[in-house]
Design a protein around this ligand. Structure first.
Ligand SMILES: CC(C)(COP(=O)([O-])OP(=O)([O-])OC[C@H]1O[C@@H](n2cnc3c(N)ncnc32)[C@H](O)[C@@H]1OP(=O)([O-])[O-])[C@@H](O)C(=O)NCCC(=O)NCCSC(=O)C[C@@](C)(O)CC(=O)[O-]
Length: 312
């Protein structure tokens, strides 16, 4: 696969704050989640991960995902209560067939399966080996295909694992290729604990891009070590044009000790706009959404840009 070697003119932000973010914060009300999701859509974000259909015993913060998606269902003539915004895709995380069935019932537009390039992380996160997870994903893919539901694929620990340390790039590429060949329309490469550095990040993307078209890849970098923006910048001219991020830098991962939030959406949007790369996002509205949810959580806003920006 030949890499692009020029910067994209547009980057699509895949906002994960309401899922990856809030899954690792103290629980908030469904109403607060819906306010956040509405504000993110109003700020111009077109792809919003709104919840996750996993075991409520494992991740209680996502236990109300059914209610969240119900409020996002398209309006019908009787019911005008939906907060759905036209043109926005609302997606859900689904680890297995049960998760998919729940997500479909609740009306998710698309779903994501999530695997890992680390055996130990796979066990701790979804209670099975990498190979077992792939077997679990097969029926999920089959049912999603039958129902015309797009499936995204995550690969965790692409630049390091909280339990195993360094992870072989070949393993990252192998798992990514399997998920892609199973039918995932996009593979999101997760630096779950934010340990990556720019050259490593780029080498990893180049290795994966030999097996999965680079246009089908997304970057999902946590900012634990403050490297996420630098890592993204190092990968931007490979042809990648999708970046996952979390408003106000919310969250982390409950099965990755020390993982801070994803890169703050405000920070990456500010950087991209400054580089002349469009996102379609109103930074001012986005920062307001981030401030509001940070206030609800009683935590400091994790976006440096939002902290620096004057807001009325
Ligand atoms: C995958 C399982 C369910 C396996 O968990 P398990 O215990 O092996 O599953 P099981 O099939 O034996 O079922 C055990 C119980 O869970 C229930 N169950 C089973 N499936 C579901 C479901 N879908 N929804 C709701 N309930 C479910 C099932 O009904 C049963 O209930 P019980 O009989 O005990 O009352 C569990 O390990 C789990 O839920 N893990 C969640 C892990 C998680 O959400 N992690 C965070 C997201 S991943 C992430 O953040 C990384 C990412 C994506 O952002 C990228 C990156 O940054 O790297």
């Amino acid at each position: 696969m030949r890499l692009a070697n020029s910067l994209p003119t547009h980057v699509s932000i895949f906002e994960v704050g309401a899922r990856d973010g809030l899954q690792n914060e103290k629980p908030v009300t469904t109403e607060d989640k819906l306010t956040l999701i509405e504000q993110l859509a109003d700020a111009g974000i077109k792809r919003i991960e709104a919840g996750s259909f996993v075991s409520p015993k494992w991740v209680p913060q996502m236990a109300d995902s059914k209610d969240v998606f119900t409020a996002l269902k398209p309006n019908d003539l009787q019911d005008q209560s939906s907060i759905r915004k036209a043109g926005v895709v609302y997606s859900a995380l689904t680890p297995n067939l049960k998760g998919l069935e729940l997500a479909l019932d609740a009306g998710a537009d698309e779903v994501a399966i999530f695997g890992a390039a680390s055996e130990t992380f796979s066990q701790r996160n979804i209670n099975c080996s990498i190979e077992e997870s792939i077997a679990r994903f097969e029926p999920v893919m089959a049912m999603a295909k039958a129902r015309n539901i797009p499936v995204r694929g995550y690969v965790s620990c692409v630049l390091g694992c909280p339990y195993e340390g360094d992870i072989a790039i070949d393993e990252v590429a192998r798992v990514s290729e399997i998920l892609y060949k199973m039918g995932c329309y996009e593979i999101s490469l997760g630096d779950t604990i934010g340990v990556g550095t720019p050259i490593k990040a780029r080498n990893m993307v180049e290795a994966v891009a030999k097996l999965v078209p680079v246009k089908k890849l997304a970057l999902h970098f946590h900012d634990t070590y403050g490297q996420a923006l630098a890592n993204i910048q190092a990968c931007l001219d490979t042809g990648i044009s999708v970046i996952d991020s979390s408003v106000a830098g919310l969250g982390g991962c409950p099965y990755a000790k020390g993982a801070s939030g994803n890169l703050a959406t405000e920070d990456v949007v500010y950087m991209l706009h400054g580089m002349g790369i469009e996102t379609g996002i109103d930074l001012h509205k986005l920062a307001k959404a981030g401030h509001q949810i940070s206030q609800v959580l009683g935590r400091q806003n994790g976006s440096k840009v939002a902290q620096a920006m004057p807001l009325d």
